[in-house]
Design a protein around this ligand. Structure first.
Ligand SMILES: NC(=O)c1ccc[n+]([C@@H]2O[C@H](COP(=O)([O-])OP(=O)(O)OC[C@H]3O[C@@H](n4cnc5c(N)ncnc54)[C@H](OP(=O)(O)O)[C@@H]3O)[C@@H](O)[C@H]2O)c1
Length: 159
């Protein structure tokens, strides 16, 4: 099954200058808990911004320019990667903007961290249309241990 996991600001912003816009340690722990033991797929720029393959996960990178990598499989598109996914394998698309846009029509579930603040950005997540997605769980937090704004972990399933 194809899942998307993403943290989205109030204005749909997700990144700037190939970096995340915030540091929410609770969200990093949530990301790890949800993706651990599964497959993660990402664009070349997100792979470069993380800097190394994510441990204890099968790593797939989408790129037309990246040479073969230790610890990550490189495919030239999501469509080229799909035949290499086993039946029953959970794939988490972990960004960035280009890959989210391509994967959204293919995804069955969205794990969205809603960040309750708008940010100046150069990368945005596409609109999550309520006609297409049903919210199936939500956890709201007034702030993080070191993050002063509200955020929520929301899971959507395709209708
Ligand atoms: N908030 C979040 O949850 C979150 C999560 C992840 C990333 N981000 C942010 O998102 C930003 C990066 O996103 P981005 O949109 O700039 O880049 P990206 O999606 O990470 O990577 C784009 C690159 O992926 C490759 N690619 C993507 N689709 C392809 C396709 N169909 N065919 C061939 N290659 C394809 C291309 O690489 P080549 O040029 O090598 O061909 C393309 O340049 C950063 O700011 C990052 O911090 C945010």
């Amino acid at each position: 099954m194809i899942n998307i996991i993403v943290a989205i600001a109030a204005n749909n912003a997700i990144g700037k200058d190939n970096r995340l816009l915030w540091h929410i340690s609770e969200d990093l722990k949530y990301f790890r808990r949800i993706t651990l033991g599964h497959t993660v797929a990402m664009g070349r720029k997100t792979f470069e911004s993380i800097g190394k393959p994510l441990p204890n996960r099968r790593n797939i990178v989408i790129s037309r320019t990246l040479p073969p990598q230790d610890g990550a499989e490189v495919y030239t598109s999501i469509t080229e990667a799909l035949p290499h996914i086993q039946t029953g394998e959970d794939v988490f698309i972990i960004g960035g903007g280009v890959v989210y846009r391509e994967a959204l029509p293919l995804a069955q579930k969205l794990y969205v961290t809603q960040v309750g603040k708008a940010y100046e950005a150069d990368t945005f997540f596409p609109e999550i249309k309520t006609a297409e997605w049903r919210e199936i769980s939500r956890e709201d937090f007034p702030c993080g241990e070191q993050f002063p704004h509200p955020f929520s972990f929301v899971v959507y399933e395709r209708k």
